[in-house]
Ligand binder design. Structure first.
Ligand code: GLU
Length: 513
């Protein structure tokens, strides 16, 4: 039997999770569920300079909001705890020291000035890349060029040092990316990366590989920005002696600007007036607030559906997917190589699809609140009817109240084009007859009954109903188009309907034809 799939989402708590990070988490989740495997959450917080308070909680909340459940890791627990890298320092140091003792890494004491001087020297000599590598390392201050006594003396004196990988000069590094196929790199293109920093914390590269190994990760699914690091990671697996169980890699395509050129940024979002974070985020240092999909009114189901199709599709016409359907259809090998254009209109379209499917009772309380805040009495029952009438016409739930303007406000003006075209003698006759019929109408005032009353009245008056509907609408709402008129009348009620018709008959000039 093959090994059970284990994937991980490994964000750094350096600020709010970008929506691209949510997509990465989602693809990991879909893959894990599809394969009957497990998903871990690991917090990669080894860069203390970039640590932002609140970011970890934000990540947990964002995952919860979109419905990604974590099987093991930060916030859930599990056999490989702790899942915060800053709490695993000793593990990384041990592995880094092991590499040094095996001759695969070394201590380096170079100061920032010495490193600068090296770069300058190489640039002046027109060296192809100013790097700490198999050639330059022999001119630097490290345990390869110093005597062991000197090294010991410096360490005893507490001099700062790092541990660097002794990258081989001539070695072929290959990896077979599940999305991109074979990636080949020559080790001469890889510099002697720092593995352990002078603050005793590991770099991303070391910590990431050590943890993926110890946590039994089988597949690393992450953003394309990590593709250039992947050969180094393969090299690290080799040097650490773990190449046999090295995970498979899948690098996801970038999210591109709405115009399709270049990587999507927060600035694009600000300019375009749309969010690039799942939840609203208040910067703890500046107090600036960045908008979130949730607060902008996107439903989590719509957000998931939108994100899932940014860089993948099952090759069919189907666009609407529940999470379970996504899991059933997801195939990592079908993920695109090319970047995915971030089209916020598509996100709105998805939201529209999901809002119209929401139960009226779920959306109605907010409509009621908005109406009451605007000074209108609105029962929950009325709010539900308004919701049923209008939810199919909006992208966001908070737009329902705005769409209901013609319900809450009697018209103060009438669309002139419609009046000119439709407010004729027949229309006046029909509206008058209907107005009179309503006054003696005693049945329940519901759409079906109103409809019958209208058609009976028109029949008696000998008027074709189709010809006067727009005139009736303009009389009731001031507009030439809108939602179902019978339901509109039901919601505004009999008295208000009569009063609006009365007002229109008095306000609009009686045509002479
Ligand atoms: N900590 C890295 C990030 O935030 C993780 C990259 C990876 O998945 O290897 O992007």
């Amino acid at each position: 039997m093959s090994q059970p799939v284990r994937v991980r989402f490994a964000p750094s708590p350096t600020g709010p999770l970008h929506i691209g990070g949510v997509r990465t988490a989602l693809y990991n989740y879909l893959f894990a569920r599809k394969m009957g495997g497990q998903m871990l959450l690991r917090i990669e917080d080894t860069d203390q300079n970039r640590f932002v308070p609140g970011a970890e909680d934000y990540i947990l909340e964002a995952l919860k909001w979109v419905g990604i459940t974590i099987d093991e890791g930060q916030g859930t627990g599990g056999p490989h705890a702790p899942y915060r890298q800053s709490e695993r320092k000793d593990i990384y140091r041990q592995e880094a020291e092991r590499l040094v003792s095996e001759g695969k890494a070394y201590y380096a004491f170079d100061t920032a000035e010495e490193l600068d001087a090296m770069r300058k020297r190489l640039e002046e000599a027109n060296a192809p890349a100013a790097q700490y590598n198999s050639i330059t390392r022999m001119q630097m201050r490290n345990s390869l060029t110093m005597s062991s006594e000197d090294v010991k003396a410096r360490m005893d004196a507490g001099d700062p040092y790092v541990i660097r990988l002794k990258t081989p000069r001539k070695e072929e590094v290959r990896l077979n990316d599940l999305i991109r196929g074979w990636v080949n790199v020559h080790s001469s293109a890889i510099d002697d990366k720092v593995l352990l920093k002078s603050d005793g914390l590991p770099t991303y590269h070391l910590a990431n590989i050590v943890d993926d190994h110890l946590m039994g990760i089988t597949h690393v699914i992450r953003g394309e920005e990590w593709l250039p690091s992947a050969p180094l990671h393969v090299l690290l697996y080799r040097y650490l002696g773990w190449e046999d169980t090295m995970p498979q890699f899948a690098h996801l395509p970038l999210l591109l600007k709405p115009e399709g050129n270049g990587k999507l940024s927060k600035r694009d979002a600000d300019l375009g007036g749309f969010p690039v974070f799942p939840l609203e985020w208040k910067d703890p240092f500046t107090g600036n607030v960045a908008r979130g999909f949730r607060e902008d009114g996107y439903l989590p189901e719509a957000t998931v559906n939108f994100l899932a199709l940014l860089g993948w599709n099952p090759g069919t016409e189907q666009e609407l997917f529940t999470m379970d359907e996504l899991i059933a259809s997801f195939d990592i090998s079908q993920v695109h190589k090319a970047g995915a254009r971030f089209d916020i209109q598509k996100a709105q379209w998805f939201n529209h699809q999901y809002i119209r499917e929401q139960p009226d009772a779920t959306l109605a309380p907010a409509v009621q609140q908005q109406a009451e805040a605007a000074g209108f009495a609105c029962s929950l029952e009325k709010a539900e009817k308004i919701t049923a009438l209008l939810k199919g016409r909006v992208n966001f739930a908070h737009e329902i109240f705005g769409e209901a303007a013609t319900i809450f406000y009697a018209p103060t003006a009438y669309d002139e084009t419609v009046v000119a075209a439709k407010w004729n003698a027949d229309a006046v006759k029909a509206v008058t007859a209907f107005h009179d019929a309503l006054q003696s109408f005693e049945d329940s005032f519901i759409a079906d009954d109103i409809k019958h009353l209208l058609s009976d009245t028109m029949q008696q008056a000998g008027i074709k109903q189709g010809k006067i509907m727009q005139a009736l609408r303009v009389a009731l709402t001031g507009l030439g188009a809108g939602p179902d008129l019978m339901l509109t009348m039901e919601i505004i009620g009999k008295d208000e309907t009569i009063s609006r018709l009365n007002k229109a008959l008095n306000t609009l000039k009686t045509p002479t034809n």
